[in-house]
Design a binder for this molecule. Sequence first.
Ligand SMILES: [Zn+2]
Length: 123
Amino acid sequence: MAAIRSRHTKPEIVVRSIIHRLGFRFRLHVGSLPGKPDVVLNKYCSVVFVHGCFWHRHKGCRRCATPKSNQEYWNAKLAGNVKRDAKHIKDLKKLGWRVLVVWECELKNIPKLEKKLLAFLAL
Ligand SMILES: [Zn+2]
């Protein structure tokens, strides 16, 4: 299974290319910000996270079923991820950033995802 913090994974590249195509310019993985957002749009005070449904527990998504074995381990580990995500988003908002989370499964419908990104970025 892939590491949680893997960089330049495919969903992330897809989301970046959409944002780029929509005409927005950005920086990547800004280490100084909480949670190291995948895309940082300074001009818009906005950050975008691209979250894997499994690792980040996409509510109601069938991709986030917990493995049958070692459930205790997984529940604790995944709950920790969710808690960390929530804290990062809270901290970012406190610093004045607008935060959008894109879920891996949303990449199945690119036109819809484009609309979501545009609605978020086009103030
Ligand atoms: Zn999902």
